[in-house]
Design a binder for this molecule. Structure first.
Ligand code: AMP
Ligand code: MG
Length: 405
């Protein structure tokens, strides 16, 4: 495939989605399934509700007894409790005490709330309505044998309860893709170590590892490599052997020591280089020894935003996630921008903004220096603009943005 250069964000996303990974499937305990992605459609083993039952604490009665007057006396025939089997049947003029979730006695077809009743000996005086819709009907929520969750479904708390309701203690999910992360640069020292005047703490691999975890992958942070083709080659080979995807940081621009670009040109396979976005213009995407590889720019804001824009879609495609479902790091929204923000010539512009959900809907402001080296700007803000190429937004305009929440 010939290398594409300087492509639009949309084109970049469609190219990375084509290189999605076929993930294996594993069966895991439901208790361990939070954040995992269902790998097969799930069919319910049972009806929900499993049997007709009461939505209220009260009295199971016959609707016909209530046709003439509102206040009536009924004979108490017994009690139906949740978990109790075969309650006594209800005939005309009778009522059976019933608890929420308890089976409806034979003959009863309506429920009176306990608040609308008073017991006198073996009689109950009823002063309120008898309602059929206080009966939860067998199978009205889900039916036995019905496909309830589709492949690609993200498991969150309600999904976990639903799956338990359906009778499963284990579910098939996609294996977590293993993502190798390699930072490059002579200037990098791991945090916690002694540092010289010309060195900086290596930060990208830590943040990227967290993004990987959030997207449902397992990160392996390899030690940062100096700007040497031989050392980088060794590290890439090691990562290609062990990982489903490699992410590098640094060394993809036009500088003399931009060794990721160099090694990819000499020995890799490049699908594209450079995207029309700012910040984050210079990423490379291709394959290293058959393993897909994203070469992210070293500037910390750029590496985070490139991850957001083009690596998230790779994860979502690999997980076969449906349009609206997770995993994702945020969502597209329309916001009223309260500060004017400059766009970029020929590029989608991602200015950092702080989005507030207030009385007047979503509004956004800018707070810090916007340089791509300023990772603090990603913490001081909680979103980015998605300004189209050549577009400056005036204060008060409604614009598209990505809300990281
Ligand atoms: P590069 O893309 O290698 O030209 O690096 C661009 C800028 O990002 C330089 O200022 C680097 O020092 C900085 N940088 C590169 N890699 C990292 C990293 N892993 N952590 C923090 N800063 C980095
Ligand atoms: Mg560098």
């Amino acid at each position: 495939m010939p290398m594409e250069r300087g492509i639009t964000l949309e084109r970049a996303i469609s190219l990375v989605q084509k290189e999605k990974k076929e993930l294996s499937i594993e069966t895991i305990l439901l208790d361990d399934s939070h954040g995992r992605i269902l790998a097969e459609p799930l069919v319910s083993k049972v009806n929900d509700p499993r049997f007709d039952n009461s939505a209220m604490d009260g009295w199971a009665v016959r609707k016909e007894d209530f046709l003439e007057s509102k206040s009536i006396n009924l004979s108490i025939v017994g009690i139906s409790k949740a978990g109790g089997s075969s309650p006594p049947s209800v005939n005309s003029g009778e009522a059976c005490k019933i608890m929420t979730g308890a089976p409806i006695p034979r003959g009863a077809n309506a429920i009176v709330m306990v608040e609308d009743s008073e017991i006198h000996g073996n009689k109950v005086i009823i002063s309120g309505p008898a309602r059929e819709n206080y009966i939860r009907l067998k199978g009205e929520n889900i039916s036995e044998g019905e496909v309830i969750l589709s492949k690609g479904h993200f498991m969150d708390a309600p999904s976990i309860s639903l799956v338990a309701t359906m009778g499963y203690d284990c579910i098939p999910v996609f294996c977590k893709p293993i993502i190798g992360i390699i930072s490059t640069g002579d200037e990098l020292i791991p945090p916690g170590f002694e540092i010289n005047n010309w060195q900086i703490y290596e930060s990208n691999s830590f943040g990227i590892a967290d993004l990987v975890r959030k997207m449902g992958g397992t990160p392996i942070r390899y030690p940062a490599v100096v700007d040497s083709l031989d050392i980088l080659r060794k590290s890439l080979d090691e990562a290609a052997k062990n990982c489903d995807l490699i992410i590098t940081s640094g060394g993809v621009s036009m500088g003399d020591f931009d060794i990721v670009r160099k090694i990819m040109e000499l020995e890799g396979e490049i699908n594209f280089w450079r995207i029309k976005m700012r910040p984050g213009g210079p990423p490379i995407f291709g394959k290293w020894r058959k393993t897909p590889i994203f070469g992210l720019p070293g500037n910390p804001v750029s590496s985070h935003l490139v991850f957001l824009m083009i690596i998230c879609p790779w994860f979502r495609a690999s997980f076969q996630a449906d349009e609206d479902s997770k995993p994702r790091l945020g969502r597209k929204v329309s916001v009223k921008i309260l500060d004017s923000v400059k766009g970029a010539v020929g590029k989608t512009c991602l200015r950092r903004i702080r989005i507030v959900n207030g009385e007047k809907g979503l509004t956004a402001t800018t707070h810090t220096h916007q340089g791509s080296g300023n990772i603090h700007s990603m913490v001081a803000h909680n979103g980015v603009t998605l300004l189209p190429p050549n577009y400056d937004a005036n204060a008060g305009e409604i614009i598209e943005a990505f809300w990281l929440n």
